[in-house]
Design a binder for this molecule. Structure first.
Ligand code: DAH
Length: 341
């Protein structure tokens, strides 16, 4: 038995030398260390031996088993190393290959314009006030001095929802009332940016969705000249030139008096061209002195408080800044357009 064990050890070690992959090692393990292997059998046979031989065989069998196990471990490690080396050799990394480019997103042109607008008004002390896109009829119309059946309601085509009195706001002016009710009786200086919706016939000039930036100042002794000064200064800062502005009388139900502001056409310098429709002027916003009824709906006493408000379309401004001919480009999501900014 002892001799058999020695032979088995020798044979095992010799066989192991020739193996070079994990699978073969597993087979080898079954053969030399498995249940039916010589070593394991020795443990069974041992029980029938006499008291003199039994410990000798037991000891030897243990030694052989340990030797085989140790040899297997060693071989396994060198096989692993060899496989790794080979992988490193064949899958060699070419560090000179150019990497995959990371494509960077960018800000939407309207967002860029919005940020310029925020910055300019921030410098004049106006905070950004966010208000909702889904509005009630009251906030969008009634509180802005357009009660039900007021003819001015016909000037915009509104998206109504199946819930009575709930609409998509047609202008950011609706937010004026939210701001007033939140701040009253404190003075206010805010701009209200955001998306508005109108059921328009879409064309190069009109879209169903567009952003607006509303402005609202409420306080004591605020006059029309504050409005004029603020907005003329804004135009100069946005267009970065000594741009001339003019105010034309207009009508909005929520302001009295009301005015639209034009800037001198910077394409033709006021001479008249296709962009300004040969008038020399470009309209950029509506504005006015806040109507007493609106102040009242916001909680302010018109005998004590006055204010001015304005509303502009950042898409229009972006079109002027970049000479873009069609407003539909903005929300069409065509990368060929967006990547230019
Ligand atoms: N809400 C108006 C519109 O959508 C724009 C506007 C005009 C806003 C005059 C104002 C304002 O605050 O005073 O056409």
């Amino acid at each position: 038995m002892l001799e058999q064990l020695d032979q088995n050890l020798k044979a095992g070690l010799a066989a192991l030398e020739k193996l070079s992959d994990e699978e073969a090692l597993l087979q080898w393990r079954a053969e030399y260390l498995g249940k039916r292997s010589t070593v394991m059998e020795a443990f069974t046979v041992m029980r029938d031996l006499g008291p003199e031989e039994r410990p000798k065989v037991g000891k030897r069998a243990n030694e052989v088993r340990q030797a085989l196990e140790a040899a297997l471990e060693e071989r396994r490690e060198s096989v692993r190393q060899a496989v790794l080396l080979q992988a490193l050799e064949t899958d060699r990394l070419d560090v000179t290959l150019p990497g995959r480019p990371q494509t960077l997103g960018r800000l939407h042109p309207v967002t860029q314009t919005l940020r310029r607008i925020y910055k300019i008004f921030a410098e004049m002390g106006f905070q950004v006030y966010r208000s909702r896109e889904v509005e009630s009829d009251d906030y969008n119309f009634t509180f802005l001095n357009m009660p039900p059946h007021h003819p001015a309601r016909d000037m915009v085509d509104t998206f109504y929802t199946s819930q009575g009195g709930v609409i998509l706001r047609t202008h950011t002016s609706a937010g004026q009332i939210h701001a007033m009710r939140e701040y009253c009786p404190e003075p206010i200086r805010v701009i209200l940016p955001g998306m508005c919706y109108r059921f328009e016939q879409i064309s190069a000039r009109y879209e169903m969705q567009f952003t607006q930036v509303e402005g609202l100042a409420v306080g004591r002794d605020i006059t029309f000249s504050d409005l004029k000064g603020t907005l003329s200064d804004f135009a100069r800062r946005l267009f970065r030139v000594e741009v001339r502005t003019r105010f034309r009388a207009s009508h909005f139900p929520f302001t009295e008096p009301s005015a639209e502001m034009d800037i001198e056409c910077f394409i033709c310098g006021g001479e008249g061209c296709g962009v300004c429709k040969h008038t020399g002027w470009l309209e950029i916003l509506g504005s006015g002195v806040v109507h007493p009824n609106v102040l009242r709906h916001g909680g302010y006493d018109p005998a004590e408080f006055t204010g001015f408000a304005f509303g502009m379309g950042p898409e229009r401004l972006t079109m002027l800044l970049h000479q873009i001919g069609d407003i539909r480009n903005f929300w069409r999501n065509d990368l060929r357009f967006l990547e230019q900014f």
